[in-house]
Design a protein around this ligand. Structure first.
Ligand code: GLN
Length: 535
């Protein structure tokens, strides 16, 4: 059996529980302790797959095709290990399971209640990953803020687990905010005291308090928090603002969060932390030799979280190339044939982003055309790849009405078509082509140069596909389909050999980019942008 760490948050949301959880897991991993992280989200959606990016940021997809919270992306980027369906659980999924059991008659005539039936299901899922025998420690991040009505059943379940398991097998890390009042020139501990009191009223006692603070916490403040919140001295630590999220593990190492945890959980078989790869990366990240300007063409650019994994992919690839990647957000709705040069003409590369629906589509197509005709490095992801296909069909092959059936169901040339197995689907949730699929790469292509192999696996999240009825027309005019699904023949990668760097992929390479294994496509795209910038 694994040991369990629960991470709760108080005072406000957006304190970075996910980053603290990921940093702690990283430190344990660096000490030879295997850890995984899971997230419990309090909303009723069964998963975030049906949520608009404006609501909840990017929807992250795991190898096994779960549509999950974007924090799972942080877990994977930090740990360089895959998560799965089991790592993200929502209230909606819990209730769905319990209600399905009730309909099947499994409760044998009993009244089905929040306690114990809902909390039993939560408990089952909270403890599940720890029973696989794969992990020494399972870290569970509880979404939301302590005191929210909707997270109460999660907190109640943590209470039960805290009393049911041996003391050395479970602990609670509570993350709070210690605001600095400029007028008073003082750090204020009261919000932290209140949030811990609220947690205690629910019966859960934190073992460690991690304080987000804009000003350094002195010993006096730490002692005060320890005293008022009933936590051992030395177990109140500071999480100061960092210049990058990738610095947080090192800050937590300085604060000895890992040692506090190992001590509380009575884990003794650990080694000195090995963070060599991590610090090399951080060093490169902090000391870039030049800058490249990359246009991110999308329709959710007002909300940075909507493109989280892409932005992190740029950070990983920038460090590999020793450049700072300056992302210039370009709203696809703003781009027209007339202004495209002004908007993107001075950039070193364009990434046309994934997305759904009609808004901003024509702007994306104009951006692709500009990149193609001006030898500007181009990288299209999912919808971005589909736009590259449409642009080529319209402007090179001459199919002027070519489109995706997603945007125009009556297009005369559906170069992007709905997949056969999608046609009968009426339910929206969890029904796209999701998760990891193999892709065979043709030798002597750009894709082959980038990956250095003929066989890869990448993650998908889409309903529409390149229409193979048009394959010959594309090949004749010089677009190369350099990656296909070996089983179905679905086109996964398109590229233009007479261009310095023009590639579009139907899958999402950003989802597999980690600090220790940056996505090859991102690394090569940034390298191409760097070469372009030099010219
Ligand atoms: N809307 C497109 C599809 O469903 C692209 C999806 C995406 O970019 N993730 O195929």
């Amino acid at each position: 059996m694994a040991k369990y760490i629960f991470v709760t948050g108080g005072v406000t949301s957006s304190l970075g529980k996910g980053i603290i959880a990921a940093s702690l897991a990283k430190l344990l991993q660096a000490r030879g302790i295997t850890a995984t992280i899971q997230k419990f989200d309090p909303y009723i959606n069964v998963d975030p797959g049906t949520l608009n990016p404006y609501e909840h940021g990017e929807c992250y997809v795991t190898e096994d095709g779960a549509e999950t919270d974007l924090d799972l992306g942080h877990y994977e980027r930090f740990l360089n290990a895959p998560t799965s369906q089991a790592n993200n659980v929502t209230t909606g999924r819990i209730y769905q399971t319990v209600i399905n059991k009730e309909r099947a008659g499994e409760f044998l005539g009993k009244t089905v209640q929040v306690v114990p039936h809902i909390t039993d299901e939560i408990k089952h899922r909270m403890l599940l990953l720890g029973k696989e025998g794969k992990y020494d420690v399972v870290i569970t991040e509880i979404g939301g803020t302590v005191g929210d009505i909707e997270s109460l059943p999660f907190v109640e379940t943590v209470r039960q687990i805290q009393w049911e398991l041996p003391e050395e097998d479970v602990m609670v890390v509570h993350l709070t905010l210690v605001p600095y009042l400029k007028a008073a020139k003082e750090l204020k501990t009261k919000p932290t005291q209140h949030s811990v009191r609220m947690l205690s009223e629910a019966g859960v006692h934190p073992d460690v308090i991690v304080c987000r603070a804009e000003e350094p916490l002195n010993d006096e403040i730490k002692k005060k928090i320890a005293l008022f919140c009933n936590v051992r001295a030395g177990r109140v630590i500071e999480a100061a603002d960092a210049s990058t999220i990738y610095e947080v593990p090192l800050k937590m190492l300085e604060e000895k969060l890992d040692l506090i945890v190992l001590d509380k959980l009575k884990i003794t078989n650990y080694k000195e932390p090995d963070l060599t790869k991590w610090t090399i990366f951080l060093d490169k990240l902090k000391n870039p030799k030049s800058t490249v300007n990359i246009g991110l063409i999308g329709k959710y650019i007002e909300l940075q979280d909507a493109y989280k994994s892409i932005l992190e992919g740029f950070i990983h690839a920038g460090a590999m190339n020793e450049v700072k990647v300056n992302v210039v957000n370009v709203h696809s709705e703003d781009i027209t044939k007339e202004n495209v040069k002004d908007l993107v003409g001075s950039l070193d590369g364009l990434l046309v982003a994934p997305g759904f629906g009609n808004r901003g589509i024509e702007g994306k197509i104009v951006a692709v055309q500009y990149a193609r005709e001006n030898n500007l490095p181009f990288f299209g992801i999912c919808l971005g790849m589909q736009m590259a296909v449409i642009e080529f069909a319209r402007n090179v092959i001459g199919l002027t009405g070519a489109h995706s059936v997603e945007m125009d169901s009556n297009t005369p040339d559906p170069v992007i078509n709905m997949m056969e197995e999608q046609k009968a689907i009426t339910m929206m949730g969890g029904t796209m082509r999701l998760g990891s699929y193999p892709c065979s790469i043709t030798e002597n292509t750009l894709a082959h140069k980038i990956y250095g192999t003929t066989s890869i696996n990448e993650r998908h999240r889409h309903r529409y596909e390149f229409n193979n009825a048009y394959l010959n027309a594309f090949h004749e005019k010089g677009m190369v389909t350099s990656g296909v699904n070996p089983a179905t023949g679905l086109v996964e990668i398109v590229e233009l050999p007479n261009h310095p760097f023009f590639i579009g992929v139907q899958y999402h390479p950003e989802l597999k980019s980690t600090v220790e294994a940056p996505a090859p496509l991102f690394v090569h795209f940034i390298a191409a942008a760097k070469a372009y910038a030099k010219k």
